[in-house]
Design a binder for this molecule. Sequence first.
Ligand code: G3P
Length: 217
Amino acid sequence: MKFFIDTANLDQIREAQALGVLDGVTTNPSLMAKEGITGRNNILKHYVDICNIVEGDVSAEVIGTEFKAMIKEGEELAELHEQIVVKVPMIKDGVKALKYFTDKGIRTNCTLVFSPGQALLAAKAGATYVSPFIGRLDDISTDGLNLIAEIRLIYDNYAFETQILAASVRHTMHIIDCAKLGADVMTGPLSAIEGLLKHPLTDSGLAQFLADYKKGN
Ligand code: G3P
């Protein structure tokens, strides 16, 4: 299972990278705005800065919603750095853009996916990654994890190579449940990744080991 961090915050990306388990980064326009990164040139520079911190894939989202605008923007993003994956929303022109990028060998991440049908379309169009937003489904009393299971079943039925990138992961249990269900990738906040570390028996066991060591030395 690949671990991506879902942020545009460079300090958090560095911290996750230093942990040694990071496989990539996902961003979106809201995460960029949260870091105060505005204006096309600053945003493009920020993507390059992120690529220079991590070794894996970095998703960069197109803003255009019409085919021609998406193509122009996506090609510009893909040229920025070899690690860039062009993030395209699941809308009609987005599906056309996914197919166009697939045919050109440009890797893609189909975002804002909330149903098995959308995920099927993304795979048919050749998306490298599909991003079902599990947290946002949970927010509206719909089981986000069930969507991961449904997409896994469909993709396995037909051996689709599109990787399931569980997005809108909010906490540690989301990561564990996605791993059980066979998501290829999860993207979440640093807190959710670091939450995997924690167990009170680890803390008390270590404290006991250190205390016993001190007694004999
Ligand atoms: O990768 C998608 C993610 O950024 C959405 O997360 O927490 O805003 O639903 P959230």
